[in-house]
Design a protein around this ligand. Structure first.
Ligand SMILES: [Zn+2]
Length: 101
């Protein structure tokens, strides 16, 4: 249950009244009214009920180590030449079929 709460209290030099937005909720467990701006963080429970439930705690967490990226293998000049010659042969075959026939 949400409710908006306004007050016309003045803040010194301000001409407009200051408004306070108060959010009231019903506790899911004891149904008491309580105020919170982020009730979902505590599962819509009041402070007492929230502290009463068991809280899961993680202990002795091992630090996750990042895997070091292996350096990319460089291409040797032989591989580059082989790739280039292969491409040229393919182009030559395509060129033959396009221009000579
Ligand atoms: Zn409660």
């Amino acid at each position: 249950m949400d409710a908006v709460f306004y007050t016309d209290e003045y803040l010194g030099d301000g001409m407009k009244p200051t408004y306070y937005k108060a959010l009231w909720h019903n506790c899911n467990s004891c149904k008491i009214h309580y105020m919170s701006e982020e009730p979902h963080i505590r599962a819509y429970l009041c402070d007492e009920c929230w502290n009463a439930i068991p809280h899961f705690q993680v202990k002795n967490v091992q630090a996750v180590q990042r895997k070091v990226m292996t350096k990319k293998k460089d291409y040797s000049i032989g591989e580059i030449l082989l790739y280039t010659i292969g491409n040229l042969i393919c182009l030559a075959v395509i060129g033959c079929y396009l221009w000579l026939r």
